[in-house]
Write a protein that binds this ligand. Structure first.
Ligand code: SF4
Length: 179
């Protein structure tokens, strides 16, 4: 079976995403989220990823936390709504980090858990992923994980595994907003 590097935003979103992709791939989760507002939150979310990877018995990797790069990249777009310009930059940054991981470690296929969220634009995420893949000479596996009750299944699985589910998307600008 081919290996898929799965960009992972959080444990709850990883649950169903893992089940979905592991039908066709040997999945390795890569936690690359420079958008997350504090180091404490970054670590807390990664702990949930570990719970999922231990439960299903697959490998997970944590990339270094580089929030300053995110903040510099989105300067001028702080007030954008979710799904706006700031989010495009955010997805681009994190998926690029995962593509670099693939190149450095000899992996060919990657995708992301991001499309499971009803707040996220799957078409936009797939377009960004595909563009990055072309640039790096990789393959991005497109999906819309929220389809076929993917999101509902992730909520159910997260409850079963007793996972912390954050109440904001991740960046400081999304604090106090759902996501
Ligand atoms: S709202 Fe979410 S997707 Fe958008 S920039 Fe903030 S963390 Fe990234």
């Amino acid at each position: 079976m081919k290996t898929l590097i799965l960009h992972t935003c959080c444990g709850p979103d990883l649950t169903y995403s893992y089940i979905f992709f592991s039908k066709n791939f040997n999945v390795i989760s890569v936690f690359a989220n420079d958008n997350i507002d504090t180091y404490e939150e970054f670590e807390k979310r990664y702990e949930q990823v570990l719970k999922v990877s231990r439960h299903f018995n697959f490998q997970s990797v944590k990339c270094p936390y580089e929030n300053q790069i995110f903040l510099e990249s989105v300067r001028g777009f702080e007030k954008e709504p979710e799904r706006g310009e700031r989010c495009k930059i955010c997805h681009n940054l994190n998926l690029r980090k995962v593509a670099r991981f693939c190149k450095e470690n000899g992996f060919e296929y990657f995708s992301t858990t991001l499309t499971i969220s009803p707040h996220k634009d799957a078409r936009l995420i797939n377009t960004i992923g595909t563009k990055i893949a072309k640039e790096f000479g990789l393959n991005f596996i497109e999906a819309d994980l929220k389809k076929s009750d993917g999101f509902l299944q992730s909520v159910k699985l997260s409850k079963e595994l007793n996972l912390y589910r954050q109440n904001y998307c991740g960046c400081i600008f999304s604090r106090g907003k759902s996501g």
